[in-house]
Design a protein around this ligand. Structure first.
Ligand code: ADP
Length: 244
């Protein structure tokens, strides 16, 4: 069974905008899959549908076999989303950010607290347990946000531009945590990013999206082989220009 299986997905917004146009995409169980595409290509719409926030799509979306269109609630418990915007309650401590999230997903308090401590340790934030998010450095806040995504043990984590706007050094630090996330938490991952070298470093498979359709997919070597390299960025530019 796949972590995420999407076939023939269409989404037309009320104003007539066709955001997704027969899109199909698979994230295998345990996979680290990158979704790459320019602004306006449909990434947020796709993520919104998988997380139950965007309603009324036509097509099939299965999260570990559960129909996310017919039963978005069940699918939502299997998915953890790290959204683009960092909204962390500034009146809570880092530990509370995590434990409250667990309680929101129905965990008993003691279990949520234990999970919070486990994730603070996994993301090297133990000594920041009592610190409020607005007192954390930018990198620590990003780590806390990724940790929060995992509190309720989602089997699929969706990371929407987790390293957007952070400096190169910090980005490389975050890659270490994303790799650890996959290894220690055994989570399947769907990642969006505008940093092609990030996708190259982290993802084992990639889909390129444009105009609500997948225009290229495969492993990084497969895509480079098919569209030309030497780097993924070169292939990406060729794919996007060709699809224009
Ligand atoms: P991306 O995340 O790749 O930038 P989006 O999914 O946000 O792409 O957008 C895909 C298309 O759908 C764009 O043309 C965008 O303008 C349009 N769109 C997104 N949200 C809405 C909305 N709520 N109503 C109408 N059109 C929308």
């Amino acid at each position: 069974m796949h972590a995420l299986e999407i076939t023939g997905l269409d989404k037309v917004y009320d104003d007539g905008t066709r955001a997704l146009d027969g899109l199909s995409l698979t994230v295998r169980d345990g996979g680290f899959h990158g979704l790459l595409g320019p602004n306006g290509s449909g990434k947020s719409t796709l993520i919104g549908i998988v997380t139950g926030l965007v309603r009324g799509p036509v097509g099939h979306v299965r999260v570990f076999g559960h129909d996310a269109v017919a039963d978005p609630r069940r699918a939502r418990t299997l998915v953890g989303l790290a959204p683009q915007e960092v909204h962390l309650d500034r009146f809570l401590s880092a530990r509370q950010v995590l434990s409250f999230h667990g309680r929101y997903f129905g965990m008993p308090t003691s279990e949520a607290n234990d999970r919070a401590d486990e994730l603070l340790a996994a993301f090297d934030l133990e000594d920041k347990a009592g610190t409020r998010p607005n007192r954390l450095s930018g990198g620590m806040r990003r780590r806390l946000l990724i940790a929060r995504t995992l509190v309720h043990h989602p089997r699929l984590a969706i990371l929407d531009e987790p390293t957007a706007g952070v400096d190169l050094e910090l980005r490389h630090d975050l890659w270490t945590y994303l790799t650890r996330l996959r290894e220690e938490q055994r989570t399947s991952i769907l990642l969006t990013t505008h940093y092609l070298e990030e996708a190259e470093a982290l993802c084992d498979t990639i889909s390129m999206i444009r105009g609500g359709r997948i225009v290229a997919e495969g492993t990084v070597p497969e895509i480079i082989d098919r569209f030309g390299g030497p780097r993924l960025e070169d292939a990406y530019l060729r794919v996007m220009r060709g699809a224009a």
